[in-house]
Design a protein around this ligand. Structure first.
Ligand SMILES: Nc1ncnc2c1ncn2[C@@H]1O[C@H](COP(=O)(O)OP(=O)(O)O)[C@@H](O)[C@H]1O
Ligand SMILES: [Mg+2]
Length: 405
């Protein structure tokens, strides 16, 4: 099956291929429009979130080498909306000379949480205590070190907390142990100590193939049931030394792993057991635009989506500085209302400063349908941040049907 090639702007502008047609690919389209870049998206269906806004969105599976190869043929570089493209597919394309950003050699550390833990530990970056477990004896040995409860993770294929299990005893892990050797548990289970964190942080960086890198400020992320619900930028009351250490850590990870494009480092804020000083532990890496960076569309000089396009094309990076003292963002998850159009009209009338971002996805309970952002406040004034949070939380709840007034 052949599809016509994408239509290009005149003037020699490149084409960026994106594997996967979710909201991350969709949100690359506005900066692509402004920069006269052309996107080409390999989409799951003709009505996938990105396929609705990118004219050239051939339909195909990210696991199908022929489909990804056909996409790559028309593109100067290929990047990703998610981390699920199999290594075999990536390596075959790399062998054929396709410019993949990030490369499969870097991406593996966002695809495989065991590989990530091993590599970050080698690099001396702070991680929760962890182990690889293939059987009950491995689990018992690790539990003897760190105690129960512990956190089990499927090394591959998890997202939004779906591959994460808090275990109080061996019995909780029995179903997973039975699945070891298959699918996401092919190499066993990743076990981690249950970290007693005060909050979750995230830092995003962009890095280009020539090695230029830029970091946005560290943000706070709020999770409910394993799903991110709110992002506060910058993270309020963050210790400046911790902010600097986490930023330096993320830039080091990007450099050491050879990351190209944008990367998120999810982290836990903890206390150093020795000194009691604020410290961090790395939770996981994402090598693509990330939920914790959506705030940057309205709150930073350069959004994560624009930066990703610049970085994968090896263009000079944009300024990641904030445009306001505070930015608060809240995710809109699928709720009871099947339609969003009627509710957002009410929100526009109620709060003209609210920025609404919807992904064109059908409503299903718990599904990420969009996000809302408000910027403003006064430097260092936490009360003014709380006001922004109230506005975004109200808007998200209203769109979700949680509140009706
Ligand atoms: N070792 C841990 N200790 C305590 N909580 C954890 C640990 N690992 C993960 N979590 C919680 O589970 C959430 C999802 O885990 P994560 O590894 O980020 O999976 P996903 O790939 O689904 O985002 C985290 O954001 C955090 O709230
Ligand atoms: Mg996560």
């Amino acid at each position: 099956m052949t599809s016509p090639s994408p239509a290009l702007a005149e003037g020699g502008f490149p084409v960026v291929g994106i594997v996967g047609g979710g909201q991350l690919a969709r949100m690359c389209q506005p900066p692509a429009v402004n920069l006269a870049l052309t996107l080409s998206v390999l989409a799951e269906s003709p009505t996938a979130s990105a396929a609705l806004v990118v004219p050239h969105s051939p339909v195909g599976e990210h696991t199908d080498l022929a489909a990804v190869r056909a996409l790559a043929r028309d593109c100067d570089v290929v990047t990703f909306d998610h981390e699920h493209v199999p290594q075999e597919v990536l390596l075959a394309l790399q062998e054929e000379g396709v410019a993949l950003h990030p490369s499969p050699q870097a991406l593996v550390f966002a695809q495989d949480k065991l590989a990530m833990r091993r590599r970050l530990t080698e690099l001396g970056l702070p991680c929760p205590r962890w182990a690889q477990a293939r059987d009950a004896a491995d689990v018992e040995a690790f539990a003897a070190q760190v105690g129960w409860p512990l956190v089990a993770k499927a090394p591959r294929g998890g997202y939004d907390g779906k591959g994460v299990l808090v275990c109080r005893s061996l019995a909780d892990l029995e179903p997973w142990l039975a699945g070891v050797g298959e699918g996401g548990l092919a190499d066993g289970i990743l076990l981690e100590e249950a970290v007693d964190f005060s909050r979750e942080l995230s830092i995003m960086v962009g890095r280009s193939p020539s090695g230029q890198a830029a970091a946005w400020p560290v943000v706070e992320t709020v999770q409910e049931g394993g799903i991110n619900t709110e992002v506060l930028a910058p993270a309020p009351s963050l210790d400046p030394d911790l902010a600097a250490a986490l930023t330096e850590g993320a830039l080091r990870i990007a450099g050491e792993l050879g990351v190209t494009g944008v990367m998120a480092v999810e982290a836990f804020e903890v206390r150093d057991p020795g000194t009691g000083a604020p410290a961090y532990l790395v939770n996981e890496l994402a090598m693509r635009p990330h939920n914790s960076g959506h705030w940057s569309i309205d709150g930073a000089v350069t959004s994560q989506f624009e930066q990703h396009l610049r970085a994968v094309l090896d263009l000079p990076l944009g300024d990641p500085s904030t445009r306001a003292p505070w930015t608060a963002s809240a995710n809109v998850l699928g709720g009871d209302y099947p339609e969003l159009y009627a509710t957002y009209k009410h929100l526009m009338a109620r709060d003209p400063g609210l920025k609404i971002h919807l992904y064109g996805k059908g409503v299903r309970p718990g599904r990420k349908l969009g996000h809302v952002t408000v910027t403003g406040g006064r430097e260092g004034d936490l009360g003014s941040l709380e006001e922004l949070r109230e506005r975004t939380r109200h808007a998200a709840d209203y769109l979700q049907g949680v509140v009706t007034e």
